[in-house]
Design a protein around this ligand. Structure first.
Ligand code: GDP
Length: 528
């Protein structure tokens, strides 16, 4: 029973640069699953620029993103969990963390814009973790780049090895359809998103003269030539290579027109991995182990500022999670029971009695959890791989209302647990520095401290170039002692108590590396 349920699960994320079509694709996938009835049902979690200020917009979006955090549906007897990832670059860390909970990803690329900045960053993180990836090149109904040029770009800029599993026939105004290499058939494009799903014509042999009649002689010749080149240049699809993260299948289509989406989904459920094993510091955990283990990858503050309760998102790594059963909160060494764990279905969440490895459950939390926390049936486990990356912006945070110092400390503490930003405490004088990926977060923090905790803060600039986590190959040696003495002003502890060097320039990092070769500096908090 357990094995069967787990084998049914496909938990993945869709990543893209904003506007490539992630929301549209998500919505079409949900339509196939029958999870929603109409287009336009999935709210975009995008930050819209407009009349309201950006951070107010974020507050508004917070409600939406709770609803879209996990979108689950059943398709062909598979339980599909889509984990939502914010596209806005100021929330990149949130996306990085969500990527620790997915078993595979789909990368959406705009046919006209090609590989964009945010896609590069996110794919790099997926590559580091060998996450299996499928690429979907979107908006083929528009004029865009040549298909081969795009495949080249994907290989070069993203460092992937691609194998096209479909290939477009024409593009933009001349877009006639797609040859599905995976299923060996042609889908004709009619521009009518209700009709084109049925217009699939099987073509086992691409030389068949019927092709000329259907798409015209010129298009048929071009397609034959293109496919010949595809077969010649690109490696054959190999599932093992895909699962190891060494080979990435590519599909072409138009999400808006629901074109090429069914093909993507059908191939996805054939090839994408069921829940994968995950490494803890102690050992590797397999999904089909009987005992439950899971970790927190996201914490969402409730919309009701008066209650301050939060929803902690747990990825179930192994076994089953059951309602009202006591589980060990490893960091607190304390057993906790949950009377109303939420499971997610389409855009609804509901209380469930049992969830399986691969699923996500949302647990109500009043401040017990922070990102990376592990829950188990009793075993001491600590899951690896939720690293912090160096923030881009750094500011001192000061208390603006001396009577509310306690509230401020508590607020900062909880917001950092949620992963809104990173806190560094200077070694020299204990001053607190907030590091963020985007400047927007400072406004969010200030606003939330005031509205949820009744505390006021001000910021002060602190010119830091990058935060480097410090690793001393020999903590007792003289060189490390000297490094600490000389750099005293620039040293801080992160929230885990790890030593961090807040370097003011790339030059000072280089100098430090040369001068203190036994002291290693990392831009990521996890390095072993
Ligand atoms: P996201 O930011 O990645 O979630 O992108 P959205 O799904 O919100 O799409 C951004 C814009 O591109 C919207 O205006 C969509 O209607 C449009 N779009 C999405 N897919 C297609 C497509 O296949 N063709 C065309 N022409 N437009 C599309």
């Amino acid at each position: 029973m357990l094995e069967k349920e787990i084998a049914k699960r496909r938990t993945f994320g869709i990543i893209s640069h904003p506007d490539a079509g992630k929301t549209t694709l998500t919505e079409k996938l949900l339509l196939f699953g029958g999870a929603i009835q109409e287009a336009g049902a999935v709210k975009s979690n995008k930050i819209k620029k407009g009349a309201t200020s950006d951070f107010m917009e974020i507050e508004r979006q917070r409600g939406i993103s709770v609803a879209t955090s996990v979108l689950a549906f059943i398709y062909k007897d598979k339980k599909i969990n889509i984990l939502d990832t914010p596209g806005h670059k100021d929330f990149a860390e949130d996306t990085f963390r969500t990527l620790t909970a997915v078993d595979s990803v789909i990368v959406v690329i705009d046919v006209a814009k090609g590989v964009e900045e945010q896609t590069e960053k996110l794919v790099q993180v997926c590559r580091m973790r060998n996450i299996p990836m499928i690429v979907f090149i979107n908006k083929l109904d528009r004029e865009g780049k040549d298909a081969f040029d795009l495949l080249d770009e994907v290989e070069q800029k993203l460092g992937l090895t691609v194998t096209p599993l479909s290939f477009p026939i024409g593009m933009g105004f001349d877009f006639k359809g797609i040859y599905n290499i995976w299923e060996k058939n042609i889908n004709l494009f009619s521009g009518d998103n209700k009709k084109n799903i049925e217009e699939t014509i099987a073509f086992d042999n691409i030389e068949d003269q019927k092709l000329d009649k259907i798409i015209g002689e010129n298009a048929a010749r071009d397609l034959r030539e293109n496919l010949e080149l595809v077969y010649e240049v690109y490696p054959d699809f190999n599932q093992g290579e895909y699962l190891n993260g060494n080979l990435q299948p590519v599909f072409f289509g138009s999400a808006l027109n629901n074109f090429g989406v069914r093909e993507l989904l059908d191939c996805f459920i054939d090839i994408a991995p069921a829940p994968r094993p995950k490494k803890a510091e102690e050992r590797e955990i397999k999904p089909n182990e009987k005992d439950f283990a899971g970790f927190v990858f996201k914490i969402h503050a409730n919309m009701d500022p008066k209650h301050r309760d939060r929803l902690a998102f747990i990825k179930i790594v192994s076994g089953t999670f059951e309602r009202n059963k006591p589980y060990l909160h490893v960091r607190h060494n304390k057993k906790l029971k949950f009377s109303s764990p939420n499971a997610f279905f389409a855009e609804k969440k509901e209380i469930v009695d049992i969830s399986y490895a691969g699923d996500i459950v949302g647990l109500h939390d009043t401040g017990n959890f922070k990102i990376g926390d592990t829950l188990t049936e009793g075993e001491i486990l600590n899951f690896k791989g939720i690293p912090s990356f160096s923030p881009e912006h750094f500011r001192y945070i000061n208390n603006a209302d001396p009577l509310k110092a306690k509230q401020l400390a508590k607020g900062i503490d909880q917001l950092m647990d949620e992963g809104v930003a990173q806190l560094f405490t200077l070694e020299l004088n204990g001053r607190k520095v907030i590091g963020t990926v985007g400047a927007l977060q400072y406004e969010v923090i200030q606003y939330r401290l005031e509205h949820e905790y009744g505390a006021k803060c001000t910021y002060e600039n602190f010119p830091v170039y990058k935060a480097c986590w410090v690793e001393a190959s020999d903590p007792k040696n003289e060189e490390f002692a000297e490094f600490k003495r000389v750099k005293q002003k620039y040293l801080a502890k992160d929230k885990q108590g790890q030593l961090v060097f807040l370097a003011d320039s790339s030059f000072s990092i280089e100098m430090a590396k040369q001068k203190y070769p036994s002291v290693r500096l990392h831009y990521v908090s996890e390095f072993n």
